[in-house]
Design a protein around this ligand. Sequence first.
Ligand SMILES: [Zn+2]
Length: 266
Amino acid sequence: METGELNSIPLTHAVSMHTDDQCRCKHSVESYAGKYLKQLINLNLRDAKSEVSEQNIPAVFDFEKYGSLEGYNEYLSSVQKGNWRRQINRAAREGYYCAFFDRSSRVPDIHLVNTSTAVRAQGEMSSHYFKSIEELGGYPTARFDFKAPKCNRHWDIWLGVFQPSEGYRQGDVVVGSRLFAYAHLRRLGDLFIYALFLGHYDYLKDGVMQLLHSYVVESIYKKSFPFLGGDNSPLLVYGGYKHGGIGRETWKRRAGFEPATVLASE
Ligand SMILES: [Zn+2]
């Protein structure tokens, strides 16, 4: 059985953004929260407070809910009678793999993904996705490998779904693989955010988005990198639960998100 609509009482989660840690991120975290998070997340910070309206209740992936990666995989085996899980396996079998990457080395591929369709499940794509390669930062002039963020608790990084492709280039730079989907993932203490989450339209049928999300979930459960570590159970937020129409909402529910109120404090 898949989980249906939740009852009227939404869950509430409290998270710490750890801005009082021994790091220099307090100002940038609070300014990002004040600008971009306050529509989705209830803030209780010295300089920024907010209360989210009903229609902006976020889609929240609660790592504690599934307990462990095994628990999440067990949940996935029940989604679409196991079809979600099979999509992930098929994508992996077809040679797709996930990796963190340096955005500046992949601007042409990001542009290809962004412009792969004018209309998606949630409707017409915003003009933001049709910026030119130059507007996105231009063709790379050298190959930069992914560098781990300076602070393990506060960062924004890019990760993507790739396939090996011999001689494949970005501008004049040989990168040897092609990007098919990406997530711009942000961390603010115990809160992870999909700031962007998008795949090339022609390859969605291959399960690339399912693969990408499962990689994120797995990496966070396993704390695969120092910058994914932490003592508290984190949350992952993917926009408003109701944002983007019924197709997007169904995707989020199957992926393990649910509507919940989030209260973020220092
Ligand atoms: Zn920090």
